[in-house]
Design a protein around this ligand. Structure first.
Ligand SMILES: NC(=O)c1ccc[n+]([C@@H]2O[C@H](COP(=O)([O-])OP(=O)(O)OC[C@H]3O[C@@H](n4cnc5c(N)ncnc54)[C@H](OP(=O)(O)O)[C@@H]3O)[C@@H](O)[C@H]2O)c1
Length: 318
């Protein structure tokens, strides 16, 4: 089906943090993208009271829910029945399981597969291959390059989600963030370094655009984003919208590196956040040109910083 529009789409990891946005965008796309949209999820998620409202709303709009065990080949084969396009939104802990999903896709009718990426460019430059958080995604790409013949893949590389970047996490304050309640910010380095961001609704919009444009997106690593800005410009937007000056602390780049090493040495999972913040602060999200345009999206189609800051101030989570 290479270069053909998707017809039967299966989303895996649909109710997760970014899966929710991607599934919602696919379901609400006008004109429709795909004839039928299904999700493959665990029985626990399908019957979870926390997910009931979300799943009911999706089902009322025609979504099918297929339940099963991601690690059962029979369940995955069953879920792939009649499917031509798979969009994986699996979380970090489940990234390696995509290798089995891809093997089974190659033996099925699946023609197009979006591996779970939606983040930092794991092949940005020569140093990327050594970054610890990238290892599982790199293995998935290597498997695809070396083994897949029929199934074509598309990687949607969005850089950091601006909504998450804004959060000043109590467990990792030095890694930066903004707290609208206390009007405090922590900024890495001088705060003047540019970073490319994507908002979570825009991740969904960009995946839909990729699905609509197989002629440019199959077999590609798409580098996309909502906007480029600096930590100081984000601070200025918060100060403007709250009408007051904020208290600002700075974490020097060298200090961030030291904390990153300490956290990895202590086997603390928060180490991943420190590494990613360091990569972003050092320019690992910047491009001469993104792929937004070839997907038919202009800057006016993407959410601006002011909208995301407004949501953060009003306490709307993600
Ligand atoms: N750019 C950024 O700033 C950023 C930030 C966070 C994540 N990401 C990337 O986005 C992608 C999705 O991450 P996420 O945070 O959205 O995922 P998540 O919420 O942790 O999990 C997504 C879904 O994966 C499924 N899943 C099944 N088995 C799992 C397992 N053993 N461990 C974890 N998940 C399992 C679940 O599907 P069901 O819904 O069917 O139960 C879950 O809802 C990843 O590639 C991640 O690296 C990027």
């Amino acid at each position: 089906m290479a270069n053909q529009l998707p017809s039967n789409i299966l989303v895996v990891g649909a109710t997760g943090t970014i899966g929710k946005y991607i599934t919602e965008a696919i379901l609400s796309a006008g004109p429709h993208v795909g004839r039928q949209v299904s999700i493959f999820t665990s029985p626990a998620t399908a019957s979870s009271p926390d997910k009931e409202a979300l799943l009911s709303s999706w089902k009322s709009r025609g979504l099918s829910v297929i339940t099963g065990d991601l690690s059962s080949a029979d369940d995955v084969r069953n879920a792939y029945n009649g499917i031509d396009t798979v969009v994986s939104c699996l979380g970090r802990n489940a990234l390696a399981s995509q290798i089995e999903l891809l093997k089974l896709a190659e033996e099925s009718n699946v023609q197009w597969f979006f591996p779970s990426e939606y983040g930092t460019d794991i092949e940005y430059d020569a140093s990327s291959k050594n970054e610890k958080p990238h290892q599982n995604k790199l293995r998935v790409r290597e498997f695809i390059r070396e083994n897949l013949k029929k199934v074509k893949c598309t990687y949607v590389v969005t850089g950091p989600y601006i909504e998450m970047y804004l959060v000043l996490a109590p467990v990792a304050k030095e890694a930066g963030g903004y707290d609208a309640k206390s009007k405090k910010a922590v900024v890495i380095g001088s705060g003047d370094g540019k970073v490319g961001f994507t908002s979570m609704p825009d991740v969904g919009k960009l995946v839909v655009a990729a699905l609509r444009h197989p002629e440019v997106s199959t077999g590609k690593v798409l580098k996309v984003q909502s906007f480029v800005t600096t930590p100081n410009a984000i601070l200025a937007e918060f100060e403007k919208q709250t009408g007051s000056k904020w208290t600002v602390d700075h974490t020097p780049n060298q200090k961030l590196r030291e904390m990153e090493n300490e956290r990895w040495n202590a086997n603390d999972p928060i180490a991943t956040l420190y590494t990613l913040k360091r990569i972003w602060a050092e320019g690992g999200t910047l491009y001469d040109k993104t792929d937004n345009e070839i997907l038919g999206l202009t800057s006016g189609d993407m959410e601006p910083l002011s909208t995301v800051v407004e949501r953060a101030i009003s306490g709307k989570g993600y």
